[in-house]
Write a protein of this length. Structure first.
Length: 243
């Protein structure tokens, strides 16, 4: 297997820094001459942050006082979808991939990524699947179904950015302060809610990364990189509090 995918495991990274990193790696892939390198998988967490996709708006922020009091940053970004919430304890994975090198389309990648998440979730006795109409990973063994993960990606010049946010051991209260994915009162869940024992974040992360690498049919190797310095970070939106 000659195709190579670099895995970048990070801790809690400010959203603006991670967004700058995605843009940097996208440009690197567009310019690089190493045909064996198909891309990067960045696995990390974010401090409390709201992101608004292309269909999201400031009207999705329903509790400005709480967002201000908790230092939540807001970013309007170019991924698909609407509003979601990030915080520590939530696994975020950004696949920065050259689709032509993989021989896959973005829909294939999204569905494969969600299927791999579902397989990792199944290791803990929970059934979850991707919902195309309401993009994300939803539980299938309870009524109403609850959303475990949000999915949203973008393709530019054949390279993907953005990705998936999987609720593992995060606090979850932030979701009640926004309109999640354009659906008021969306039932959200985290995997640890269904377990009697503690959920190990790193174990779940590594299981998912291995499954996703196998789906992409690549050789996964540990990668190293320098994070963008503060002067290169993408700045949060300051207009939301005036909306």
């Amino acid at each position: 297997m000659s195709k190579r995918l670099e895995i970048i495991r990070l801790g809690v990274v400010p959203y603006g820094q991670a967004l700058a990193l995605q843009m940097k790696l996208r440009e690197r892939l567009k310019a690089q001459r190493d045909e064996d390198l198909v891309g990067y998988l960045i696995a990390l967490e974010h401090p409390p942050t709201v992101t608004l996709g292309k269909r999201g708006s400031f009207e999705d922020l329903v509790n400005h006082a709480w967002l201000h009091a908790n230092g939540v940053e807001v970013f309007k970004i170019d991924r698909g979808g609407e509003a979601t919430f990030h915080e520590p304890g939530q696994l975020v994975v950004y696949p920065i991939l050259r689709l032509s090198a993989l021989g896959k389309g973005v829909v294939d990648v999204i569905r494969g990524m969600a299927a791999c998440l579902g397989e990792s979730v199944a290791e803990y006795g929970k059934v979850a699947a991707y919902d195309l109409e309401h993009p994300g990973l939803w539980t299938q063994d309870e009524t109403p179904s609850r959303k475990l993960a949000s999915v949203g990606m973008r393709v530019q010049s054949g390279v993907t950015t953005h990705g998936v946010a999987m609720n593992l051991v995060n606090q979850m209260i932030g979701f009640s302060m926004i309109v999640v994915c354009g659906m008021p009162n969306t039932p959200m869940a985290r995997l640890c809610d269904y377990l009697d024992d503690d959920l190990d974040f790193d174990t779940f992360r590594d299981d998912f990364l291995a499954r996703f690498g196998a789906f992409l049919e690549v050789n996964c190797v540990d990668g190293k990189l320098e994070l963008p310095p503060p002067e290169d970070w993408v700045l949060p939106d300051q207009e939301w509090s005036k909306a």
